[in-house]
Design a binder for this molecule. Structure first.
Ligand SMILES: [Zn+2]
Length: 395
């Protein structure tokens, strides 16, 4: 759960919201009585990209040295966390890919069109919504869907709704509900409110990319189910999931949130049991294409598409991690490289980097994020050395 210091930093960030929110008093009480999360409030969650970067995020590390020992490559280290403003978009892309591939595979195997369904707590029930309510709510929603013939799918949890009056104001400014809609306005704070939380009210609901031959809509007193469209193409699936992820609920201090979760028949579905490797590869390529990224079949992951043919790189790079391998397998290579150009400013500078690297790379006392050589920790490079700044995503 959220620690006191996290809570304090949230208040510093969002400012004092005044009397806008009904649950505010609870939020302050809890710091005093030591039982903060009996009743959940707006600050119990955040959305992707609205938290803080890790302190090491975007710090430049040396990732490679040139074989000619006259250049080093400096690459930003990214924290890859969902809260991080630098990292969340790529974080979303990976979730969109993984989820869309499975949805498309399921859709082809069962010859069923994915449906966009929403399952909401009735607004009247979301009063003094507790941690326990939150957990129970999932169970009840799954059960209710099953009863209404939705056999399984992926769910994405949304804790919030945008207050009607701000929806209206944004609509007047030309924002529309949908993919480039209100949430973009909230994220960018287009109305200039003290923080993006000001636009919102608590309204826990699930969005489900579900499968069913027919959906019985449900207007029970506690839970409302709506089937609002079919997702007919790969583009529809990708676009819908990406949009839903832009404002999914992330527990405020939780780095391992799983905002897309398979349930029911999707939970048991293993595409490898029904499709050939070629068919799966084809689906992955189609999904990547729809997302505007490349699928790397060897690494089995998506990569940023490089549109331009890359310029001829004048350097032959030796990744720093290879020195670890060299030192174990073939010490001679390392020694030859180290001995070469020794006593020259660039030779000594690079040797220093390699020695620092070997000293930290296997140090179990250091967190993974510290096992690098950071540019900022090195002295000024000599004039005879070139630093090549590389922007490749490295997580
Ligand atoms: Zn980051």
């Amino acid at each position: 759960m959220m620690s006191d210091s996290t809570l304090a930093s949230h208040f510093q960030t969002v400012g004092h919201p005044g009397v806008l929110f009904g649950h505010l008093e609870n939020a302050y009480d809890v710091e005093v009585n030591g039982d903060p999360w009996e009743v959940l409030n707006l600050w119990s969650w955040t959305i992707p990209g609205k938290g803080f970067p890790a302190d090491y995020c975007m710090r430049r590390k040396v990732s490679a040295v040139s074989a000619t020992k006259d250049a080093v490559k400096a690459t930003p280290l990214k924290c890859g966390r969902v809260q991080c403003p630098n990292c969340y978009e790529w974080w979303m892309s990976e979730r969109v890919f993984e989820t869309s591939v499975k949805v498309m595979a399921y859709s082809r195997v069962h010859d069923q069109t994915p449906l966009a369904i929403s399952v909401s707590e009735h607004p009247d029930t979301v009063v003094d919504y507790t941690w326990k309510d939150y957990q129970n709510s999932f169970v009840r929603m799954y059960r209710r869907m099953k009863r209404r013939n939705i056999v399984g799918g992926y769910r994405i949890f949304h804790p919030y709704r945008i207050q009607m009056r701000y929806q209206n104001e944004m609509r007047e400014m030309g924002y529309a509900d949908g993919s480039q809609g209100f949430w973009k306005g909230v994220r960018e704070n287009v109305l200039g409110l003290p923080s993006w939380y000001y636009y919102l009210e608590l309204g826990p609901h699930l969005h489900v990319i579900g499968f069913s031959d027919w959906v019985d809509e449900c207007n029970d007193k506690d839970i409302v189910i709506r089937n609002y469209s079919t997702l007919d193409t790969v583009n529809d699936v990708v676009g819908h999931i990406r949009y839903l992820l832009t404002h999914c609920g992330i527990l405020a201090d939780e780095d391992t949130s799983k905002p897309t979760m398979p349930w029911g028949s999707m939970h048991r579905f293993k595409m490898e049991d029904h499709l050939t490797p070629d068919q799966i590869w084809q689906i992955k390529r189609e999904v990547a294409e729809a997302m505007g990224v490349s699928y790397n079949q060897i690494k089995d992951k998506i990569e940023v598409k490089r549109e331009e043919p890359e310029e001829e790189d004048p350097y032959d790079w030796i990744p720093l991690y290879q020195f670890k391998v060299y030192s174990q397998i073939s010490e001679e290579n390392t020694n030859a490289y180290l001995a070469w150009k020794i006593g020259t400013p660039e030779g000594d500078y690079i040797n220093d980097i390699i020695m620092r690297y070997l000293a930290v790379i296997d140090d179990d006392d250091l967190p993974q994020s510290e096992r690098h050589v950071f540019l900022q920790d090195l002295g000024d490079p000599p004039d005879t050395l070139t630093i090549v700044y590389d922007d490749e995503v490295d997580q």
